[in-house]
Design a protein around this ligand. Structure first.
Ligand code: COI
Length: 347
């Protein structure tokens, strides 16, 4: 793989004491092109601008998918990526739904690992910080023909991040807009799923919430996911979470948390959860905790639900299940305990 190094670095522009989420991209990118039915070997080059014209297919028809994953500075000074094979599998699952050709495993893994090596100084070492990795594929033909593109770009950009949400958050149970429909692309990490959610999210933020809790498209009766994260409830000591379907993204953090919690002997139920059940469990006191789980969100405790113009407070315990899970997951991710699941991929 050809590597062209940047002559200058923007590293000194990063305020590592105050990392937010998503701005301040690292010095280098990985990019590979798909043409005439095959992917090239890819290159690493300095971060720069697209060379495409305004006919760029992805801009017109939204044929684009992405991933979110993280590299962590290890307790021994090394660097490791959390479950990268799962992101590889998922970008191809998303791509299949969006008619995007499969990315070969070597291209994905070598591109990712080599890019992290090149920008290793960008991996932050502060508490709850990581290098966020954003692999993405977009249709790169230049035309306005309304059919799947015949050219694609697979890129990876990275940036040092802190937590997406700091502290407990309130979410609005969405009763008007819809994120996903049966038979649609809700299970895929399709770019348009996010673009389509921004209006509802902006309204929720204006009303004082951090996020939307999406409900099913037919009746707005069942809770689904929160757009940037899956959700879990602790009801009478049982972890309850919406079962996966074609309207919910299969979160890798979700899967890891369910694995840990089951190992601890805690009952997990993956099933339908109605809005009524959620609100009743808050009123009766059966709901002990609620939290979101995602790569960017990590574990975000939920301390209130917005519903039909009112806010229903939800209990949040500093020493509860969310905190226990976050500590256990962080210990694995930052290499403070043995990685008995084989989740960490050392660079
Ligand atoms: C992630 O957790 O990686 C996501 O994709 C959410 C992001 C859109 C903020």
């Amino acid at each position: 793989m050809k590597i062209t190094r940047s002559k200058t670095s923007r590293l000194d522009q990063v305020d590592f004491e105050n990392l937010g989420f998503g701005a301040g991209l690292s010095d280098h990118v990985f990019r590979a092109e798909y043409k005439d039915g095959q992917w090239d070997d890819g290159v690493i080059e300095p971060y720069g601008h697209l060379r495409q014209g305004l006919g760029l297919h992805a801009l017109h028809y939204g044929q684009a998918v992405f991933e979110g994953q993280k590299a962590y500075k290890q307790a021994d000074g090394g660097i490791a990526v959390f479950r990268p094979e799962r992101n590889f599998d998922r970008i191809n699952l998303s791509g299949e739904r969006m008619c995007i050709p499969t990315i070969p495993k070597d291209l994905f893994m070598n591109g990712l690992m080599e890019l992290i090596r090149v920008d290793r100084d960008w991996v932050p070492s502060g508490k709850n910080q990581a290098l966020y990795l954003r692999p993405f594929t977009f249709a790169s033909a230049e035309w306005v023909i309304a059919k799947a593109s015949d050219q694609y770009t697979f890129g990876i950009v990275t940036c040092p991040v802190g937590e997406l949400y700091s502290g407990a958050i309130k979410v609005k149970i969405e009763q008007e807009f819809t994120r996903a429909t049966q038979g649609g692309v809700g299970f895929a990490k399709a770019a348009g799923n996010y673009g389509g959610s921004f209006l509802a999210t902006r309204k929720a933020i204006e009303e004082g919430f951090s996020q939307v809790l999406w409900t099913d498209h037919k009746e707005h009766k069942f809770i689904e996911e929160a757009g940037t994260m899956n959700v879990a409830l602790i009801i009478n000591d049982v972890l309850v979470t919406p079962k996966l379907s074609d309207t919910i993204l299969a979160g890798i953090t979700r899967d890891s948390i369910l694995t840990l919690v089951r190992e601890w002997g805690i009952e997990v139920q993956e099933r339908d959860i109605t809005v009524d059940e959620l609100l009743d469990s808050v009123k009766s006191g059966d709901l002990q905790e609620a939290f979101g789980m995602g790569t960017a969100a990590v574990i975000s405790p939920i301390n209130g639900f917005g519903y039909q113009g009112t806010v229903i407070d939800c209990p949040f315990k500093e020493d509860g299940m969310a905190t226990r899970i976050k500590t256990a997951l962080s210990d694995i991710r930052y290499g403070r305990v043995e990685d008995s699941h084989g989740w960490m991929h050392r660079i």
